[in-house]
Design a protein around this ligand. Structure first.
Ligand code: PLP
Length: 398
């Protein structure tokens, strides 16, 4: 038989899957394991949003919609972007699709020719690097350190640009680091992008989850020059606990959303009509439940960060947004625990699951070796128990 597509065969499975498979198997066996791998809010979708989905079914809003989503939803997205980020978009500049993940893919499709370079700051969300490859792009990774707060500088960005650079991906606030760029930092990055004629795919899906009263700035809000080259990615998954509804969107100049629409028209048809009605309710109703969830995340973050920095051998910096903490395990790598030498973050995560009965995600897949990602989208009780287990594990006690 002829071989499968070279493009498809080159795609790597998610690095988190091995741990996740083991976690699920242990759970199925009835073992008392706690998971901190999830990239989704643990809250249920708020009732008024669920109700809108049920209503959509009952009202027979169950047909195809335009490939880029209904006009009413796109208008509601414009209003939310204006209210929350001070952005002015026309509904024709919005393309809705099946989650922000599809939006990242189709945005890259709209920009990247085979061989074009796409700049990607590390640590990065695992899917970006594969999505770049899936469109024939070449990822150019810019490493950052914990001491740099995992943020790129304009100098580092300039140094990574070549004549083949088409765009960069900026994720703010960032999964997995939780770090957020200030307005000043963004201005410096935006200037480099404008000066070098780069597009920016600005993934702002965690924008409503920021802490310590820090003000979030959308890249596109910095001026017309940068807005004209920004493909803003956002969605309802994280802000409204709607991961399973699969609604995300791109906000970008109309010539880009038109290309995106043509592409989507042939491959997804349209996003779910029912989910669009639910997303409409999410975006247009009072936003107090977003704030309630945000406060709960902030409380959990504070607890997790405080505890982690009290435990001998590991540490973390304080994230400013999203719901992840990057735990530094540099000092543990090379040490022996439970009769085994820990050579890497992968080893750490495997042993912690086996002996500590806690599932966390090794940093390697995010381009962050010697780090472990914890999600605090978990109950406070589980967070407390997980950190108790971490303390025991590091003392070699199961
Ligand atoms: N972008 C980032 C940075 C994410 O962390 C995620 C989900 O984990 C997504 C996009 C995808 O979100 P969606 O559920 O809307 O596809």
């Amino acid at each position: 038989m002829k071989s499968l597509s070279e493009f498809a065969l080159a795609i790597q499975p998610s690095s988190t899957m091995a741990i996740d498979a083991m976690f699920k198997q242990m759970k199925a066996e009835g073992q008392d394991v706690i998971g901190f791998g999830a990239g989704e809010p643990d809250f249920p979708t708020p009732d008024h949003i669920k109700e809108a989905g049920i209503q959509a079914i009952q009202n027979n809003d169950t047909r195809y919609t335009p490939s880029v989503g209904t006009v009413e939803l796109r208008k509601a997205i414009c209003q939310r972007l204006k209210a929350d980020c001070g952005l002015d978009y026309d509904f024709k500049e919005i393309a809705v699709s099946n989650g922000a993940k599809t939006c990242v893919y189709v945005a890259l499709r709209a920009l990247v020719n085979p061989g074009d370079e796409v700049i990607l700051p590390a640590p990065y969300w695992v899917s970006y690097i594969e999505l770049i490859r899936m469109v024939g792009g070449v990822p150019v990774v810019i490493d950052t350190t914990e001491a740099e707060q995992f943020k790129i500088t304009p100098e580092k960005l300039s140094a990574a640009i070549t004549p083949k650079t088409k765009c960069m991906i900026l994720n703010n606030p960032c999964n997995p680091t939780g770090m957020m760029y200030s307005r000043k930092e963004l201005e410096a990055i935006a200037k480099v992008c404008v000066d070098n004629d780069l597009y920016v795919l600005s993934d702002e899906i965690y924008y409503s989850l920021t802490y310590d009263n820090e003000q979030f700035t959308s890249l596109a809000a910095l001026g017309e020059d940068i807005k004209a080259r920004t493909l803003l990615i956002n969605g309802v998954s994280k802000s409204y606990a709607m991961t399973g509804w699969r609604i995300g969107y791109i906000a970008a100049p109309a010539n880009i959303t038109k290309v995106v629409g043509n592409y989507l028209g042939h491959c997804t048809g349209s996003p779910s009509a029912i989910s669009q009605k639910a997303a409409l309710a999410a975006l247009t109703a009072p936003q107090d439940q977003v704030e309630t969830m945000r406060q709960a995340f902030e409380e959990r973050r504070d607890y997790m960060v405080r505890r982690m920095n009290q435990i001998e051998g590991i540490s973390c910096i304080k994230p400013e947004g999203a719901f992840y903490v990057m735990m530094n395990v540099e000092k543990v790598v090379g040490k022996e625990l439970f009769g085994q030498v820990i050579h890497s973050d992968d080893d750490f995560a495997s042993l912690f699951l086996k002996y500590g009965k806690v599932a966390v995600v090794p940093g390697g897949g995010f381009g962050a070796p010697n780090f472990i990602r914890w999600s605090y989208a978990a109950s406070m009780d589980n967070i407390k128990a997980g950190l108790d287990r971490l303390e025991m594990f590091l003392q070699g006690k199961a």
